[in-house]
Design a protein around this ligand. Structure first.
Ligand code: NAP
Length: 284
């Protein structure tokens, strides 16, 4: 039995669909915070179980008879270490044979602003003694959805990432890699650095948006304080502004730039080019 946490999230849904292409539905468990949101999966024969990262008992029950558990990192930034710890402890208690975790690029050594919670989680997994596989996912193309759509409308977008590059891929690419690990052999103890085949700069992203939108699109690179000011003026709340500017600084410093072969090796196909996602979003 393969259990997927966060199965009603964007990535989790794609992983469950990928598993259902390879396994009978009764071998797949959707472990979710809100079971009503997974009613469609239950109708298709998927075992939907309540699993709230803040409710340890629900986790132990959800992991009963699980051979493998995919822990999709929580979206509740700042709460994640305690939440993930509860998952790891429950997996141990339930006797899970193999834990798979979605982490961040070079999580244990990177200065990336979002790395510390992933580093702490990887260390907790290591200390637990559980058989594990770490999927260090680089960025999703979809993180830039709003930027792409707005730039297609206005002809410009701002940032502070300079010439920094992003080796992103689609959520579907990362989901396919997770499915390969969950249904394949020989992944125990491995740490995969999953990234797109091509790393692109914001100027190159602007060119792709321009091509898809049939107009000129430019990227205006700003100093970090002016970028923050522009985001604040656009109405974003202060913590979001801080995170976005910090992420652009990380991008500028090359922390998301490394392409690797792990993603395409696991999926058996090239990663989705950013231009394909841009074209889909602009046409949407
Ligand atoms: N690599 C990247 O570029 C990138 C970008 C964004 C996020 N991430 C990370 O990757 C994860 C998956 O991405 P995503 O796009 O699928 O995010 P998402 O759509 O926000 O999904 C997050 C999932 O976490 C679940 N969750 C949150 N708090 C929970 C709790 N207390 N108990 C149980 N489940 C809880 C959510 O449940 P509900 O469905 O009930 O809301 C949801 O299913 C994110 O959570 C985040 O850690 C990575």
């Amino acid at each position: 039995m393969i259990v997927v946490t966060g199965a009603t999230g964007h990535l989790g849904k794609l992983v469950v669909e990928g598993l259902l292409e390879k396994l009978p539905a009764d071998q797949v468990v959707a472990a979710v915070r809100t079971p009503e949101k997974a009613a469609g999966l239950a109708e298709r024969g998927v075992d939907v179980r309540r699993a709230d990262y803040t409710d340890p008992e629900s986790l132990v029950t959800a992991f009963k008879d699980a051979d493998k558990v995919l822990l999709i990192s929580s979206s509740e930034v700042g709460q994640r270490v305690a939440q993930h710890q509860a998952v790891i402890e429950a997996a141990k208690q339930a006797g899970v044979g193999h834990l798979v975790y979605t982490s961040a690029p070079k999580a244990t050594t990177s200065a990336l602003v979002l790395a510390p919670e992933h580093k702490a989680t990887e260390e907790l997994i290591e200390a637990s003694g559980l058989t594990a596989t770490i999927l260090r996912n680089n960025w999703y193309h979809e993180n830039y959805t709003e930027v792409i759509k707005q730039a297609a409308q206005t002809g410009t977008f701002v940032g502070s990432a300079g010439d920094g590059r992003v080796a992103s891929a689609t959520r579907a690419d990362y989901a396919a890699a997770a499915v390969a690990v969950l249904t394949g052999e020989g992944h125990e103890g491995k740490i995969y650095e999953l990234a797109g085949d091509v790393a692109w700069s914001y100027a190159e992203l602007a060119a792709e948006i321009g091509k898809a939108a049939g107009r000129e699109v430019t990227y205006a690179d700003l100093p970090a304080d002016e970028h923050a000011q522009a985001l604040t003026q656009a109405g974003l709340p202060e913590p979001v502004v801080g995170l976005l500017v910090a992420l652009d600084a990380d991008t500028k410093n090359g922390l998301l730039a490394e392409t690797t072969a792990d993603l395409r090796t696991l999926t058996g196909r090239p990663s989705t080019p950013i231009g394909v996602t841009v074209a889909e979003l602009v046409a949407d």
